[in-house]
Ligand binder design. Structure first.
Ligand SMILES: *Cc1c(COP(=O)(O)O)cnc(C)c1O
Length: 397
C-alpha cells in the first residue's frame, strides 16, 4: 500500500502535465533523496537562502536569487521589493501602499490569473494597450511606447509575462524601462524548458525573473525561483524571512542580508506566509543543478517515444473520429492530441471519475473536441493502463 492508499485515496494518472491542481511535476529520485537528508538536520535559514542565492546566480547569470514558495510567491515578493526597497517603514506597512510608488504597468493582453499575485502585494495594475487585434479590426498589438507613456513617479515596476512570440518583445520593454529606471519583473514561470531560458531574461537585462520549481524543473511543487538584482533580492528576503533575532547577536550572510544597509530588524513582512522549508529549498536546488540540456532533451525524447507508442495503441478505434497528432516540439514537452469531437467533455469526465485508475488529461482544447496527453509524468509502465482507459472512454461516447 502506498501513502495515498493509506489515506483512503486512489492515486491518479496525471497525463495533463505539471498542473498545480494535479500535484505538479514528479520529482527525480535524487531530489527526494536530497530532501530526505535535509529534513533530518537543522540549518540556519538565512545561511541556506544565501547559499541558494549563489547557486541560483550561477545557474541564471543573475546577481542573486531566492527560493520562494512558487512563482506566484516570487511575483508577490518581487513586486513588494520594487515598492519598498529596504525602507523598513514601507515594508511594515504593506499591503497598504499610501505614499509609495505602487503602480505596476502591464499590457492588457498579458493580464492573467497569476497577476493577482502582483496585486496581493498591494500594487495596482495599470493596463496599457488595446485588444484591437481581437476584434479583427486592428493590426497592431501592444506597442512599447504605450508602456512608456504610462510611466509616472508612482510607477513601481513593469510586469511582463514571457511567452514565445509575445509582443512587444521583452527586449524592447526592458530597454525603455531602463531609460526611465523602472524595474521589469518577468514572469517566466512556465518558460522552462528550454534550459537556456534560465539565463535568457537576465541576459536581456530584466531586473527580476520568476520561475516555477514544480513544473519542468521537477523540484518540489511548492517552490519557485526569484532571481535578479541583488538589492531587490535583499528587499524580498527581508520581507519573507523570519528575522525575529536579537540585533546585537545577529550576523547575517552579507551577500543576502547586508547588515550595514539595515537600520534594524523588520517585523514579519508581507512574505511571512510564503514560508519555504529547508528540505524544499534543498530539493529545488538539487533539481536546478540536475536541469541540464542533456537530461532535459533525454526526458523529452522519452516522452515522444511514449506518445508514439500510445498513438499506435489508439489507432483504429471503431466508431470514433480519433485523429492523433504529435505537434513538433523540440524544446518543450511533446503532447498528443486526440480529436474525438463533440463527446470530448463526456470522455474527459469518464476518464476522471468512472473506471480505474482515474486519468486526467489536458483540457486546454476541449472546446475543439480535443483531449491532449502530456507524458511528462508518465512512464512506459503506464502505457497499457492509459491506452485501455482512453479506449474505454472513447468507445462509450
Ligand atoms: C504556473 C504559473 C505561475 C505560478 O507558478 P507557481 O510556481 O505554481 O506559483 C505563474 N505564472 C505563470 C505564467 C504560470 O504559468
Amino acid at each position: 500500500m502506498g501513502v495515498y492508499e493509506d489515506l483512503g485515496l486512489t492515486p491518479i494518472i496525471n497525463a495533463a502535465g505539471s498542473n498545480t491542481r494535479l500535484g505538479g511535476a514528479l520529482m527525480l529520485p535524487e531530489v527526494v533523496e536530497a530532501m530526505r537528508g535535509a529534513a533530518q538536520v537543522s540549518v540556519s535559514m538565512e545561511e541556506l537562502q544565501a547559499a541558494a542565492s549563489r547557486i541560483i546566480a550561477r545557474a541564471t547569470g543573475a546577481d542573486a536569487g531566492y527560493v520562494t514558495s512558487g512563482a506566484a510567491a516570487a511575483l508577490t515578493l518581487g513586486t513588494a521589493a520594487c515598492m519598498t526597497g529596504l525602507d523598513l517603514k514601507r515594508i511594515d506597512r504593506l499591503p497598504e501602499t499610501t505614499g509609495m510608488p505602487d503602480e505596476v504597468i502591464i499590457a492588457r493582453d498579458q493580464r492573467n490569473g497569476y497577476d493577482h499575485a502582483i496585486r496581493a502585494a498591494g500594487a495596482r495594475l495599470i493596463e496599457v494597450g488595446m485588444n484591437e487585434v481581437v476584434s479583427g479590426a486592428g493590426v497592431r498589438p501592444v506597442e512599447a511606447w504605450e508602456y512608456e507613456v504610462a510611466i509616472t513617479e508612482r510607477t513601481a515596476a513593469i510586469a511582463y509575462f514571457a511567452r514565445p512570440g509575445a509582443r512587444p518583445s521583452v527586449d524592447s520593454v526592458i530597454n525603455l524601462a531602463r531609460s526611465h529606471r523602472v524595474p521589469v519583473i518577468v514572469d517566466a514561470a512556465a518558460q522552462l524548458p528550454p534550459v537556456e531560458n534560465l539565463r535568457a531574461y537576465i541576459a536581456k537585462g530584466a531586473d527580476l525573473v520568476c520561475f516555477s520549481g514544480g513544473k519542468a524543473l521537477r523540484g518540489p511543487q511548492n517552490t519557485g525561483i526569484l532571481c535578479g538584482r541583488r538589492d531587490l533580492i535583499t528587499a524580498a528576503a527581508v520581507q519573507q524571512l523570519d528575522l525575529d533575532a536579537r540585533w546585537d547577536c545577529w550576523e547575517p550572510p552579507d551577500t543576502l542580508l547586508p547588515k550595514k544597509d539595515l537600520p534594524g530588524l523588520p517585523r514579519h513582512g508581507i512574505g511571512r506566509g510564503f514560508k519555504v522549508s529547508k528540505e524544499s529549498i534543498v530539493g529545488l536546488l538539487t533539481a536546478l543543478q540536475l536541469f541540464s540540456p542533456e537530461r532535459v532533451s533525454e526526458d523529452i525524447a522519452r516522452c515522444r517515444q511514449l506518445l508514439h507508442r500510445l498513438a499506435e495503441r489508439l489507432a483504429g478505434i471503431e466508431g470514433s473520429e480519433l485523429t492523433t497528432t504529435i505537434p513538433p516540439a523540440v524544446d518543450s514537452y511533446p503532447r498528443i492530441q486526440l480529436k474525438i469531437g463533440r463527446s470530448a467533455a463526456a470522455a474527459a469526465k469518464r476518464l476522471q471519475y468512472e473506471g480505474s485508475p482515474p486519468v486526467y488529461v489536458d483540457l486546454t482544447d476541449l472546446d475543439d473536441g480535443i483531449l491532449t496527453v502530456n507524458a511528462m509524468n508518465l512512464t512506459m509502465g503506464h502505457l497499457d493502463t492509459i491506452a485501455r482507459r482512453l479506449r474505454e472512454a472513447m468507445t462509450f461516447s
